[in-house]
Ligand binder design. Structure first.
Ligand code: SF4
Length: 520
């Protein structure tokens, strides 16, 4: 497969590679995929020998949806070779409307963490408000909004409508996150993460350097969007006896795309988020991939202002973007909390959500308490008030679950358990605190904890639990080892308390059938 060879040859020191096979609309995707499978397997093996990881996927345009202001493509991709995609394509629904495709992707992803689906939405009208939320409601968990082709051709007088469309979609996404509906929508998720992490992005578009596209005749383009109109071909693969060519001058122009290399970007306040814009947009609007059209830049800056405003509402709610972006990008959203609660009924230890009426007791527990549960967190300040704890109960954060541990038949908490998705796939952080240190050694409590762990891991989305224990957690370490945890490592001097730094030990529990995947 010529495109795969090109990918490996041009990948330089990149470790994670993606190869997407795009097939025409209406074609049965399993036929071209079956033809390509042996070559994809060989490419994967070659990549492995070069210490690279090749992810392979299939992309197809979906049937037009009446009244929708966009074209759409579905993509199914696997990190570990083509076989799982082949199996999934056998179950592809006959009816290929968005809901059926979303349901199919969901069922494919349930079986494994390496397989993931996306929907690409390409707006074809300036007014596309509500698009992201509608496709989310149809069941997609990863939505990629591809606005470049639209923005490339919009006349200046329609840019206001386009800005309003981007703004409303960003606001809808932020509001959905706030309500606890955690899904991935690009480019907003990446912009939120960059703002959250304070990381500038000096190059927003990988076209021509980090990405290439090849059509059926073997012509190489900087990106698939350049294919229509045969814009800026970079060379020929030399398929069928033709001459192989590579236009090094044209390719080198793409090296200059970016906000630190384009003169017009150097004084722009948005350069760290915009990254110099999109090559296709600049090319179609000004004739040069490195000369942005000022009217488009003005629209882009207004969009980014709205994205920052939407981020501010999220930031006030404390959403952990670094972890969420990883978790949502690769795997399902996490635990089935209801299952966890149901399963512990009848156990020697039970769990229930914290309540407003627990607030005075929890505030008393937290004040000046050096246990890792309260101090080894992003916001541990040792000074919780009853009001804070009432708020925690009344407005729980959607990405975390805090449970009160109780003895069956009693309502008064004896401890706390907090669960948060970790940035590693299929992994959660679990903080554990028992009010009475002697309870860590109690056989019934340990048995109850074992049952909680079993229930948590019974959900296929969770394969490993990580639990921190600090210097001040008397009895916790012995309890964790007794219920089957192992020491994963020590975070040296990671907790500053009482005037000095303390080590925190991280304990790990891995589902038995996943131990080889997580070793090391
Ligand atoms: S908005 Fe325009 S000037 Fe500003 S960084 Fe983006 S492309 Fe450059």
């Amino acid at each position: 497969m010529a495109a795969g060879t090109l990918l490996l040859a041009r990948s330089r020191n990149a470790r994670n590679l993606r190869l997407i096979l795009s097939i025409p609309p209406g074609m049965d995707p399993s036929l071209p995929w079956a033809d390509a499978e042996p070559a994809l397997r060989n490419l994967g093996e070659t990549a492995r020998l070069s210490d690279k990881k090749l992810s392979v996927g299939i992309l197809q345009e979906g049937v037009a949806v009446n009244g929708e202001p966009c074209e759409w493509h579905w993509l199914l991709e696997n990190d570990t070779g083509p076989e799982l995609v082949t199996e999934s394509l056998e179950r592809l629904p006959k009816k290929k409307d968005p809901k059926a495709i979303a349901g199919w992707m969901e069922s494919c992803e349930t079986d494994t963490d390496s397989l993931h689906g996306q929907v690409w939405l390409t707006p074809n009208r300036a007014d596309f408000s509500g698009l992201v939320r509608r496709w989310r409601q149809w069941g997609f968990r990863r939505i990629i909004l591809r606005d470049a082709a639209l923005a490339a051709d919009l006349p200046a007088e329609h840019l206001d409508l386009y800005v309003a469309g981007m703004r409303r979609n960003a606001e809808d996404y932020a509001n959905d996150l706030l309500k606890g509906d955690l899904y991935l929508c690009e480019p907003f998720a990446t912009w939120f993460r960059l703002i959250y992490a304070g990381e500038p992005s000096w190059r927003g578009d990988p076209a021509g350097t980090g990405r290439l596209a090849v059509n059926g005749q073997g012509t190489i383009y900087p990106d698939a969007e350049f294919m229509s109109g045969d814009a800026l071909p970079l060379g020929q693969m030399g398929i069928g006896g033709g001459e192989a060519t590579w236009d090094a001058d044209r390719v080198s122009a793409f090296l200059d795309l970016g906000s630190m290399t384009m003169p017009s970007c150097l004084g722009c306040w948005a350069r760290g988020l915009c990254g110099g814009g999109q090559a296709l947009v600049h090319y179609r609007r000004s004739g040069s991939i490195t000369r942005p059209d000022p009217s488009w830049c003005d629209a882009r800056r207004r969009i980014l202002e709205h994205v920052i405003a939407a981020f501010n509402t999220l930031s006030a709610a404390g959403i952990p973007f670094l972890d969420l972006h990883r978790a949502l990008g690769r795997s399902k959203s996490g635990l089935s909390w209801r299952l966890l609660l149901r399963a512990v009924r009848g156990s020697v230890l039970a769990a229930r959500p914290i309540r407003e009426s627990d607030a005075p007791l929890l505030a008393r527990w937290e004040r000046w308490n050096p246990a890792a549960y309260f101090t080894f967190t992003d916001s541990g300040v040792l000074l919780a008030t009853t009001h804070d704890r009432e708020n925690d109960a009344l407005h729980p954060k959607p990405w975390q679950m805090e449970l009160a541990l109780i003895r069956p038949g009693q309502d008064r908490p004896i401890g706390l358990l907090r669960l948060i998705p970790h940035r590693l796939p299929a992994t959660v952080w679990a903080w554990l605190y028992l009010r009475d240190p002697a309870a860590y050694g109690h056989a019934g409590t340990r048995q109850g904890l074992r049952e909680l762990i079993d229930t948590t891991l019974r959900d296929r989305a969770v394969r490993r639990i990580l639990t921190p224990a600090g210097t001040f957690d008397d009895g916790l370490e012995a309890c964790l080892l007794a219920v089957g945890f192992t020491r994963a490592g020590v975070l040296r001097e990671s907790l500053y308390l009482h005037g000095r730094y303390h080590d925190v030990t991280v304990f790990s529990y891995t589902r038995p059938d996943s131990r080889s995947n997580f070793s090391g």
